[in-house]
Write a protein that binds this ligand. Structure first.
Ligand SMILES: Cc1cc2nc3c(=O)[nH]c(=O)nc-3n(C[C@H](O)[C@H](O)[C@H](O)COP(=O)(O)OP(=O)(O)OC[C@H]3O[C@@H](n4cnc5c(N)ncnc54)[C@H](O)[C@@H]3O)c2cc1C
Ligand code: FES
Length: 302
């Protein structure tokens, strides 16, 4: 029998070579391995959010670390605790992990106070992922509200890097006001990719804003795409993805072609502490990525 080596390269798992079962359990991942890592750079995105580039210190561990769009890591600030954070960057990018983090409480505030060179711990990657392979050959709608662009940036990077594998690509992003826009320095780069449409809307304009004003659902009304040949990834607060997915469903998109990322309070990330349950479902292991059909049938999920 082949000995189990940690960390796995998840892409080498037999199960990863089978047709994607995106609800596969994350016990195949690096569940209890803590990587020593350091923050290499920090970019302020808004008043509350910063983008962290984090490098696993051990070179061979760093080279073996791999993830799929939609997965998350547990970030540990020594002495303060851990927080689950979605990986925001490209999964083809080796060398560092990009995390967009909002200052919310104990751990995230300490991260916001950290400077480049600070040491952190990383466990993971954990959880299910967006079925990007299944989406190939189809139109893709990528829809984010607010901080939802953090988990969405990874599939956005995937489709732009593998442009020829997809048909129409529409990115729709809505936020409260222009000062809350995340990754605004990348919009032109995404728009330059042939056949990628990026539409942004804010709920409250400022004097400099020239774009549309309203909710992300009003952008959806203007999209001209055959919904029965389209997959959607929707990231944002539950009230937002509920509206968006219901609207898409009413317009003819099958509910099992819409994928959302569900956030729950988490502690262990590996199915042991029961912090993240929705009924009998462990969001850390069976999620955070679910299709909308499954989410609708999870009692109290939204
Ligand atoms: C799978 C997953 C992916 C996530 N990805 C990101 C990300 O990419 N970027 C990011 O900034 N945040 C993300 N979060 C949320 C992030 O984990 C929490 O903001 C963080 O755990 C707060 O930790 P803290 O110690 O700073 O705050 P605490 O001191 O623990 O709590 C501060 C406040 O945040 C609330 N809170 C804590 N955890 C959550 C949660 N999971 N959902 C809603 N409210 C919560 C608490 O109720 C409290 O009001 C993600 C959460 C999950 C489950
Ligand atoms: S976070 Fe502990 S069981 Fe899910």
């Amino acid at each position: 029998m082949t000995p189990l080596l940690f960390p796995y390269d998840v892409t080498q798992e037999d199960e990863m070579k089978r047709p994607l079962d995106f609800n596969r359990r994350s016990h195949l991942m690096n569940v209890d391995r803590m990587y020593k890592a350091e923050i290499v750079s920090i970019i302020r995105l808004t008043e509350k959010e910063k983008l962290f580039h984090i490098r696993i210190i051990d070179r061979s561990e760093r080279e073996r670390f791999s993830f799929l769009p939609g997965q998350f890591v547990m970030v540990e600030v020594p002495g303060f605790g851990e927080a689950p954070i979605s990986i925001s960057g490209s999964n083809s990018q080796k060398g560092f992990i990009e995390l967009c983090i909002r200052e919310a409480g104990k751990v995230t505030t300490m991260l916001h106070r950290a400077a480049p060179g600070s040491r952190v711990g990383i466990r993971g990657p954990f959880g299910t992922y967006f079925p990007m392979e299944k989406m190939k050959g189809h139109n893709v709608l990528l829809i984010a509200g607010g901080l939802g662009l953090a988990p969405l940036r990874s599939p956005v990077t995937f489709v732009t890097e593998n442009r020829s594998d997809f048909r129409q690509i529409h990115i729709l992003y809505g936020t409260t006001d222009p000062s809350q826009l995340l990754f605004d320095y990348q919009y032109e780069q995404w728009r330059r990719v042939d056949g990628v449409n990026l539409d942004i809307i804010v709920e409250q304009a400022d004097p400099a804003w020239t774009g549309p004003v309203g909710r992300v659902t009003s952008l959806l009304e203007k999209i001209d795409v055959a919904l029965d040949e389209t997959y959607a990834i929707v990231c944002g607060p539950p009230v937002m993805f509920k509206f968006v997915c219901t609207m898409l469903s009413n317009q003819g998109m099958p509910r099992d072609r819409m994928f959302v990322s569900l956030e729950r309070r988490m502690h262990c990330g590996m199915g042991k502490c029961c912090r993240c349950n929705v009924g009998s479902t462990y969001v850390c292991m069976e999620g955070p990525v679910f299709d909308f059909w499954t989410v609708m049938n999870l009692k109290e999920a939204i």
